[in-house]
Design a protein around this ligand. Sequence first.
Ligand code: PLP
Length: 435
Amino acid sequence: MTGLIPTGAPHAAELSDAQLERRLQARRKWLGDAAFEYDLPLEPVRGDGVYLFDGAGHRYLDMHSNAPSMGHGHPEVVSAIAAQAATLNTHSGHLSNTVEAYAARLLGLFPAPLRNLVMTCSGSEANDLALRVARMVTGRKGVIVTSRACHGSTAATAEISPGLRQPVPAHVRTIPAPDPRLAGKAELSSWFAARVREEADMLQKTGAGLAALILDSVFSFEGVFTDPPGFLAQAVEAARGAGGMFIADEVQAGFGRTGAMWGFSRHGVVPDMVTLGKPMGNGYPVGGVVMQADHLARLNASAPYFSGCGGSPVAAAAATAVLDVIEREHLLRNAGRSGDALRKGLRRLAKSSPRIGDVRGAGLCFGVDLAVPGSGAPDPEAARGVVNALRRNFVLAGRAAPRGHTLLLRPPLSISTEQAEQFLEVFGRVLGMLG
Ligand SMILES: Cc1ncc(COP(=O)(O)O)c(C=O)c1O
């Protein structure tokens, strides 16, 4: 195909600045103008565990990927996908032992009454379906989300993703992220629940009513808010009190990110539905909605859900291998252990650098605020500078929060304490360069 990069062409790391610019122009011509994470876009050519490699053989410590949570190119997941693809892959309309065994095993990891699973191709599709179920069960349309949340890219989920689309429609009401600094002197859980009640009242007045409160269990796009454990419980009560359902979006938090299998369990709540994605197949496209049997029965009786490739045998094989790896490699324990090492190191750095405003997180999911020394004001430019400097020093991190002043760290759950120290050493150096 003319204009695109032919197979065997040099990779980005091997190009001069002018050649890279020509490559970017060619890409824009075909794929449009996408925003890249770093000023100097990265082209990884291989992944192995916590590392990515570029075409010149440089090794990057990946502190940012949230899909390959078991590690890049995990051999067990790769061979499960390859073996199943070589044996059989069909649409999801046939019987399949692989799919049925996976469903039974996954559902054993959820509390009652969450006893049914619908598999999808992505987190977006899962949230889209969960919205459909919530509206069907409650007979209402309104949704409450946090003000910079991102729950997906389908038409319905873009409407509940103010982090992607502003403004949201009238039947979608936003509340601030559960940031203890916004709550001020109030207790976080009651402050957050009061916001839910206010917006549920508004939805009642407009006639839409509340169908669902949907929350990312770790609030990753808003800068990561995980503490104190239990703070979500009152908000969930408030939503139910207004007749709505609580959907826990575990596309980020699920499968061990917080050191527990599910982020919602940190808050002692049982959601009405749970949505799953990215890490579920270690990056292989698979997602799902976990729900109550009577809700699925009602869905099937009215407008059944069918996703051709969602819940295919290959998707189920990838997802089964993920559960195997979590168990065999004790990844929940490792997320706790390496997460503690990271937290301690980040707090140490925060004490010595006025550039760090706050460190938050649980397990292996961290938000680190960059602040203006002295005033402590959010400093998105510093965060941007840090992320780009880390990239030049072969460490990959991302940014979050409304103003982009928060470093988002979500390494593979297999990261060792030594690799965590390796990150801290480079981060400390980069902060030192900022002065
Ligand atoms: C919390 C959350 N929910 C849903 C999604 C959408 O998932 P997907 O990209 O698999 O469609 C995302 C994507 O980043 C997400 O972070």
